[in-house]
Design a protein. Structure first.
Length: 503
């Protein structure tokens, strides 16, 4: 049994190596959105500044918008940043995400002629509950094995679709997600990715800002300096699988009049992933350290992730980035592939687990994800299961997520409820129904039947339910406002497709 686990691990490694060797070098690029800021305007500004990027990693949009973008930019490599593929979740292959979502991703890969499909190792739908922004997976052995299984399914679908179209299949990349104040589980994050790559032939994306949030929100900052933490992290993380590195902004969540923002007593800021914000200098120091790691043998590109950032700031930061890192990155991405010569480090004492999850494992994982949702959303939840605990970090930081971030996400992010439903909100105020009640209402029950994920439309549906149940006087008003919103949303999106709000 142990021998077959190692055989599987070797097979995954050689499959990956073969695929990685065939990937063209991409160089220094940008990870962008078609609409925000306007991509062609951005490319013009970069060309005017003699800063043509080596590639543009394009975030999911409508397939027709991506086809059009491919025509407008015929000479630049356009890898793809997927969205809505919840490959960390047990139900993925049978869900709308795993079926229609994957089919749509395949069509978009073909439209862009992408060499890779990158996706966050994270989800916005968990155990029947929807979130507006990503939550990382449960960091456990079982969850890592399920993620690997789902990635194999995803890569297989991508391969089949490419074969049918007669094109080269894209390589699936999994991006280590940020922590938004907390992580959940018992397996250290680099070991989680090590377990995944032992059982799946995927590549990885290492996001430098996300790495900083792991240092910040697993309590590591209390024990180690950042450089020391990073050295240890990189020695366990499967660096030879890293195809791409991302660097993006970090910033504190700013909520007017919210208590508790600002740095903690030790002076560390409460930064979270923020693509529109300036890139702090500490991330470029970390990038230096990552680029120096001997395990980084498969790198193809380094991108600044710049969706929602002002064009002038993108041009300025990309210029500085090129000046400081161009020669080192180009040397890395063009060098001969050496991963066969650099043995992969295994966390000591850990054999490659293998095999498909049993139905009992699946049921246990489902249960753990329900427990994770309760931990993340409610103070009064039942006691969490043993595997479902904070991954280091503090209860105070978990409360920051539950009490500040989550209400902000549901009431203001991706559509401000008060702007969306002004008349209903007035009626609720007159009926003494506090708007804050919408948050516990949202998480009051799972809705596993909900297959389609569109946070704006979900918000409309749930707010109608909320207003009708809590304030009969608002019932007719909320239905009218919801109809108007859906009509306007459809009209705005039909000609050019749905503008996605990127996390
Ligand atoms: Fe990223």
């Amino acid at each position: 049994m142990v021998a077959s686990k190692y055989a599987k691990c070797d097979l995954m490694k050689s499959e990956f190596t073969q695929r990685a060797n065939n990937l063209p070098a991409h160089g220094l690029g940008l990870s962008v959105d078609v609409y925000s800021p306007d991509l062609l305007e951005l490319v013009r500004a970069l060309r005017d500044a003699a800063l043509e990027p080596g590639y543009l990693e394009v975030f999911k949009a409508t397939t027709s918008a991506l086809q059009w973008m491919r025509q407008q930019l015929p000479d630049i490599q356009l890898p793809y940043h997927g969205e809505g593929l919840w490959s960390t979740q047990p139900e993925f292959p049978c869900s709308g995400s795993g079926r229609q979502g994957v089919a749509e991703a395949c069509a978009q890969l073909a439209a862009l002629r992408s060499a890779w499909l990158n996706h966050e190792c994270a989800t916005k739908q968990m155990a029947g509950y929807a979130f507006g922004t990503y939550l990382p997976p449960l960091y456990t052995e079982l969850s890592a094995r399920k993620t690997a299984e789902n990635l194999a399914y995803l890569q297989d679908q991508v391969n089949q679709d490419a074969r049918a179209r007669g094109i080269e299949p894209a390589l699936v990349l999994l991006e280590m997600p940020p922590l938004t104040y907390f992580g959940c589980g018992t397996l250290p994050i680099p070991e989680f990715f090590h377990t995944v790559t032992q059982q799946a032939s995927c590549g990885l994306v290492l996001d430098i800002g996300h790495l900083w949030t792991v240092y910040r929100y697993t309590g590591s900052w209390q024990r180690q300096r950042l450089g020391e933490f990073t050295a240890e992290f990189l020695d366990t993380f499967p660096m030879e699988r890293v195809i791409e590195i991302h660097v993006a902004g970090l910033a504190e969540l700013t909520i007017p009049h919210a208590p508790g923002s600002g740095a903690n007593a030790q002076g560390l800021p409460y930064w979270i992933d923020a693509h529109g914000a300036p890139i702090p200098g500490v991330l470029f120091e970390l990038l230096e350290q990552v680029l120096s790691h001997p395990g980084l043998t498969s790198l193809k590109g380094v991108a600044l992730e710049v969706d929602t950032k002002p064009i002038a700031l993108i041009v300025e930061e990309f210029g500085q980035f090129r000046k400081r890192f161009e020669s080192r990155v180009l040397e890395k991405v063009h060098h001969e592939h050496l991963s066969a010569l650099h043995p992969q480090r295994s966390p000591i004492g850990r054999a490659a687990e293998g095999g498909q999850l049993t139905p009992e494992d699946e049921a246990a994982l489902q249960q753990q994800y329900r427990s994770y949702v309760h931990l993340a959303t409610s103070r009064n939840a039942p006691a969490p299961l043993s595997d479902v605990s904070l991954l280091g970090g503090s209860l105070e930081d978990l409360s920051r997520y539950r009490d500040t971030y989550l209400p902000h996400e549901l009431l203001h992010w991706g559509g401000d409820v008060q702007d969306m439903f002004p008349d209903t909100c007035r009626a609720l105020t007159e009926g003494n129904v506090p708007l804050a009640g919408f948050v516990p209402f949202w998480f009051s029950r799972p809705r596993p039947e909900q297959d389609d994920y569109d946070f704006f439309l979900l918000k409309i549906d749930r707010f109608v339910e909320f207003a009708r149940q809590t304030c009969p006087a608002a019932a007719r008003i909320v239905v009218r406002e919801a109809d108007e919103l859906r009509d306007a949303y459809r009209a705005a999106n039909e000609p050019i497709g749905s503008a996605q709000v990127r996390p």
